[in-house]
Write a protein that binds this ligand. Structure first.
Ligand code: JCH
Length: 242
């Protein structure tokens, strides 16, 4: 999978080199490129923002640098298929803008996006990006506005980091044990069961005896019950209606 990120804080994404995803990048499974939006400005001050039309607090990101950045990234994509006519055409790129006004990011969306060939993430700052950028991007690619949740961040960078981590670990070869992916929280619509390791007793707290008894049927039942009880208490919205 190819991932392009456009941001005014490219250094934010340095951690991708050392995290879980660093290995996948070295192994050639993931190709992540970070682009500095200011590289697509032409004025002395490398301006990316301006006052909002109609007035109001804060600043809005200017469309011109975004247009040039998207052109540079998407033009490369258009020529990739022509390099070797025997190869199937590349997957259409998907451009994702984190936004408090977007559809909410879920595990189901992460799974869907993990099958994409090319994702482009546009990180806004200030009060957001001139609306026409989304319309232009939509004329050249599929576009989705995506929210990490119902709270306001200062920009798209942290949301993109979270999305790349959730998507990246679903790509075969990025995580060691594929079973740990289906078993864990949200893949089956329930919260995960509690986990324990040695020692069997720690500071007076004990491991539930059923987990140390070796009865795998009893363990599976205990874990399922624990999942259901936790979900009922903390996230009843996740349970199917009666
Ligand atoms: C963003 C902002 C609109 C502040 C600028 C770009 C995403 N789930 C989620 N929360 N917040 C974001 C997000 C994504 C991109 C940008 N900001 C700051 C944007 C505002 O209007 C109320 C206020 C926030």
């Amino acid at each position: 999978m190819r991932i392009d990120i456009v941001t005014i804080f490219p250094e934010y994404f340095g951690v991708l080199d050392v995290s879980l995803l660093g290995r996948a990048r070295e192994d050639g499974i993931l190709d992540v490129q970070v682009h500095d939006l200011r590289a697509f400005t032409h004025d002395r001050h490398r301006t990316v923002d301006d006052k909002p039309y109609g007035g109001g607090a804060g600043m809005v990101m200017k469309p011109e640098p975004w247009g040039e950045a998207l052109d540079a990234i998407l033009d490369l994509d258009a020529t990739a298929g022509e390099v070797d006519a025997r190869l199937p055409p590349r997957d259409a790129p998907l451009v994702i803008f984190p936004s408090p006004a977007g559809e909410v990011f879920t595990q189901a969306m992460a799974r869907e996006l993990s099958t994409a060939g090319h994702l482009v993430f546009g990180c806004g700052r200030y009060e957001g990006i001139d609306q026409r950028v989304f319309e232009y991007a939509g004329s050249r690619a599929s576009v989705r506005l995506v929210s990490l949740g119902d709270y306001v961040l200062n920009g798209g960078e942290v949301a993109v980091m979270a999305m790349i981590e959730a998507i990246g670990r679903l790509i075969p070869g990025v995580i060691g044990n594929p079973e740990s992916l289906v078993e864990e929280s949200h893949e089956d619509g329930l919260l995960e069961y509690p986990s324990y390791t040695k020692p069997a007793e720690w500071r007076g707290y004990e491991v539930p005896p059923v987990l140390m008894g070796g009865n795998h049927g009893a363990i599976a039942t205990w874990r399922r019950d624990a999942q259901l009880e936790r979900t009922r208490l903390v996230r009843p919205d996740l349970l199917p209606p009666e």
